[in-house]
Write a protein that binds this ligand. Structure first.
Ligand SMILES: Cc1ncc(COP(=O)(O)OP(=O)(O)O)c(N)n1
Ligand SMILES: Cc1nc(C(=O)O)sc1CCOP(=O)(O)O
Ligand SMILES: [Mg+2]
Length: 210
């Protein structure tokens, strides 16, 4: 089963990205999604190659946002795909059965679609407003998660759900009580001045509330 905490990287340069990813790994994150929203360049390849090495050193899972071909080239552990990215079916053909393919969902109908597509997990959001991503879908709030997870249970759908979007430490307990499997966070870990304490607290809240 996948780790309950996924760190989504941030940074406008390779150096910023590496600093942030190193900080997350050094302080106990075991799952990194490299999210470098630039047009593909040599920089992207260099960054991904380095992050792959770092994740190996820390025995962490390494997935790449959007870029299935890069994940294939580097033999990464997987990818995360949004609703307008490459289809899960095509990604599965390229990456094979054993790699992780995560998919975004914003509604219950998206969850049904992602389940039918055989994603390994779903990033369901946004929980609340965030500046990390532009053009957000409507905010779900706690009630949105309760409703979607209730409808999943009624249909016996068991795919792991990760909440995403503007999550803070104070939100984790109530989010976990809705029945999600875990959380994906970016700004929270990137901006903290005490990553060790924060990640310990996050892991504790994730673990005890399951
Ligand atoms: C875990 C997780 N959930 C959702 C997303 C968002 O993916 P997407 O909709 O493709 O948006 P971008 O991240 O590509 O801007 C995610 N990255 N991770
Ligand atoms: C990458 C992403 N996708 C979202 C979605 O709702 O699909 S919200 C989001 C940003 C997550 O970063 P933070 O923890 O800083 O809010
Ligand atoms: Mg995407």
């Amino acid at each position: 089963m996948h780790n309950q905490l996924q760190y989504i990287s941030q940074g406008n340069t390779v150096e910023e990205q590496l600093y942030n990813i190193h900080k997350a790994l050094d302080n106990g994150c075991e799952w990194i999604q490299m999210r470098f929203k630039k047009n593909y360049s040599d920089d992207t390849f260099t960054l991904a190659e380095t992050v792959k090495m770092l994740c190996k050193e820390y025995s962490a899972t390494f997935i790449i946002n959007d870029n299935v071909y890069l994940a294939k080239q580097l033999d990464a552990d997987g990818v995360h795909l949004g609703l307008s990215d490459m289809s899960v079916e095509e990604a599965r053909l390229i990456l094979g059965k054993t790699k992780i393919i995560g998919g975004t969902a914003n509604t219950f109908e998206d969850v049904l679609q992602r389940t039918a597509e055989n994603c390994d997990y779903i990033g369901l959001g946004p929980f609340q407003f965030t500046t990390t991503k532009q053009n957000l879908s409507p905010i779900l709030g706690l009630e949105g998660y309760r409703s979607i997870i209730g409808r999943m249970k009624a249909k016996n759908i068991q795919i792991p759900i990760y909440a995403i979007g503007g999550i803070t430490l104070e939100n984790v307990e109530s989010l976990m009580k809705t029945g999600i499997h875990g959380i994906a966070v970016s700004g929270l870990i990137t901006q903290t001045e005490n990553a060790s304490q924060l990640i310990n607290q996050l892991n504790h809240k994730l673990y005890v509330t399951i």
